[in-house]
Each structure stands twice: as structure tokens, then as C-alpha cells.
Ligand binder design. Structure first.
Ligand code: FE2
Length: 128
């Protein structure tokens, strides 16, 4: 598959973001108060893992997840409270969906990722 350097960089950035999101949701699953929320975030973590594999199929690069977002999750949960944190995360998911749109023409597998991010936004909004 041929791609520009810019496209490669964007795919790497996306793959990294998805990997980081796995840890973020796993960590969030540990701080939430109900089984429903815990199960939801563990499911989202799995789906972010699939997203990372979609980007990996294009980049062929093995990346390591960065823990920063995961580490600050418990602090954000206490600082902002559940409602504001969920709104922030949902907003991030919707923004990710929009951000992926322009990649679909050249990297068609990204469409399912984009659709998932939109759905994630809806699921998290549904927890409010
Ligand atoms: Fe994702």
C-alpha cells in the first residue's frame, strides 16, 4: 500500500491514540461505581483495541500505549465528577469520529472505526 509521509504520520498518530484509549477505558472501568458502567468501559476498551489493530494493518508498526490519560483518569473523575468527565469523553469520541472521516477514501477500514467512535459517544452520553 502506498501512502504519503503525512498519511503515514496520521495513521501512526491514530494508532497511538487508540492504544492509549484502551488503557484509559480500562482504568476508568476501575473507578466507576456501577457494574453497568464498568462493563461498558471494558467493552469500549476492547473496541479501541480493535481500532488500534485496524491502524496497525496499515502502518505495520508496533507501538506501545502511553499511560498518561489512564493515570489521570481517577483524578479527573474526582475533580470533574462523573457527569462532566463523561461529557468530556463523549465529546472526544465525537471529535475522533469527525477527525477520521477524511481518511476513509484512502483507508476504507477506517470507516468502521469512525462509526464506532460515534457510537461510543452515544453510549457514554447514555450513561449520564
Ligand atoms: Fe477508537
Amino acid at each position: 500500500m502506498t501512502m504519503t509521509q503525512e498519511q503515514f504520520k496520521e495513521l501512526i498518530r491514530s494508532q497511538q491514540g487508540e492504544l492509549n484509549a484502551v488503557l484509559m477505558y480500562q482504568r476508568l472501568a476501575k473507578v466507576v461505581k456501577t457494574d453497568k458502567e464498568r462493563e461498558t468501559f471494558l467493552q469500549l476498551a476492547k473496541e479501541e483495541g480493535r481500532h488500534a489493530s485496524v491502524f496497525h494493518a496499515y502502518t505495520k508498526e508496533a507501538l506501545k500505549p502511553k499511560k498518561t490519560m489512564a493515570v489521570i483518569m481517577p483524578f479527573l473523575y474526582r475533580l470533574l465528577g462523573k457527569k462532566r468527565l463523561y461529557k468530556l469523553i463523549a465529546k472526544g469520541e465525537y471529535a475522533a469520529a469527525v477527525g477520521y472521516e477524511h481518511m476513509i477514501a484512502d483507508f476504507p477500514e477506517v470507516e468502521s472505526v469512525k462509526n464506532d467512535e460515534k457510537r461510543h459517544g452515544d453510549i457514554i452520553s447514555g450513561l449520564l
